[in-house]
Design a protein around this ligand. Structure first.
Ligand code: KG4
Length: 340
């Protein structure tokens, strides 16, 4: 008999539900919330309310697209954290209620594990290329910048992480500061494509070991733009492509310097990236280029699996399910998770 896992993701501002059948993706529905656009960032209270409105239709659509009834489900995987507590509560409570109603197990998933395992989502009629264990994942999103060693789908070690801002935060905050809009990552990525990455230099942190820091480069850009605007009021407008290209290159240099160090230290050559910032075209090109030069096998997630989605929660939940894990009904969501 086949295993059908329903995945539910509601950690931030995307309400998503997906169905996988024996590891193969049958449906992946995402309702992205537009309500935050006017605020330049996610408003937690509005996000929770939107999840509450979206969750039933999104899950119904995911089941319809997969061509199954609720009673066909084997288990329900849901994001327990990290994320916005009010948002997580909606997905967690829904998973519990549906689990009780159908008398099937629920399985909690760490959102970050979902990003790290995204390469394992198999799709019908498509070749699945995924890393072999152990591998290193550069996990880069709006809330995280980590290098994670993955020994098997249930065994992780954080080798390095940011001591202040996440790299996605640096993209978003700097975009806002330059008046370019939100979310900053895709906007900077697009402008950077027609700019000169070597025209401007920004400060790079000197942090020991494999940890990251992105607050200094953010401040460096802030002072640079402020000083230039004093001299030339339309400096930003005239140079935004070059500023974005140079800023993006600085962030990528910082990310790669520690990833290269981690690969050397561990001797691991299987390299993946995950999280929202893994959609960045400059980062993707650079990972492939370094991979060719250094003899790495590199794996880039499909764009649709880089941002928050329930397919990755379902596949992570499936691994836990196969391992015999079941989550008790008194589980509570958590906004922060220190380790995996
Ligand atoms: O993983 P994600 O969807 O949400 C969490 O943080 O959990 O990541 C969102 C982040 C935002 O900071 C956004 O600006 C960034 O991913 N992002 C990008 C790109 N697309 C999304 N950053 C750089 N380049 C992109 N193309």
């Amino acid at each position: 008999m086949s295993d059908y896992i329903l995945g539910i993701e509601s950690s931030c501002d995307d309400t998503s539900a997906a169905v996988i059948k024996d590891g193969f993706l049958m449906s992946n529905v995402i309702a992205s919330q537009q309500v935050h656009k006017d605020y330049g960032g996610v408003v937690p209270e509005l996000a929770s309310r939107a999840h509450e409105q979206n969750i039933v239709p999104v899950v119904s659509q995911a089941l319809d697209k997969a061509g199954i009834k609720p009673t066909d489900l084997t288990a329900i995987a849901f994001t327990r954290g990290p994320g916005l507590l009010g948002s997580l509560l909606v997905g967690t409570s829904f998973a519990k209620a549906l689990g009780v109603a159908l008398n099937i197990p629920i399985i909690m998933v760490n959102h970050l594990q979902g990003h790290i395992l995204a390469d394992f989502i198999k799709q019908p009629d498509k070749e699945n290329r995924h890393p072999s264990f152990p591998y290193l994942c550069l996990l880069v999103s709006g809330g995280n910048s980590q290098i994670v060693r993955v020994d098997n789908p249930l065994d992780y070690e954080i080798l390095g992480q940011t001591i202040d801002d996440a790299v996605g935060e640096a993209f978003d905050k700097c975009s806002k500061m330059m008046g370019l809009g939100y979310p900053g990552g895709p906007i900077i990525d697009k402008l950077a494509k027609s700019g000169d990455p070597d025209r401007f230099q920004f400060a790079k942190p000197q942090i020991p070991g494999l940890d990251y820091s992105f607050s200094g480069v953010k401040t460096s850009l802030l002072y640079f733009v402020r000083d230039q605007l004093k001299e030339e009021p339309d400096f930003m407008e005239k140079n935004k492509e070059d500023i974005c290209a140079s800023f993006q290159k600085t962030l990528i240099d910082i990310l790669l310097s520690k990833l290269i160090k981690a690969a050397k230290q561990t001797g691991i050559r299987e390299i993946t990236i995950g999280g929202g910032v893994s959609a960045n075209s400059g980062l993707r090109n650079r990972i492939e280029e370094e991979g060719r030069n250094r003899g790495w096998n590199t794996y880039l997630p499909e764009f649709k699996f880089t941002t928050d989605n329930a397919a990755m929660i379902a596949i992570a939940g499936y691994f836990h399910y196969l391992h015999g894990e079941r989550t008790p009904l008194d589980v509570a969501p958590v906004s922060r998770i220190a380790d995996f």
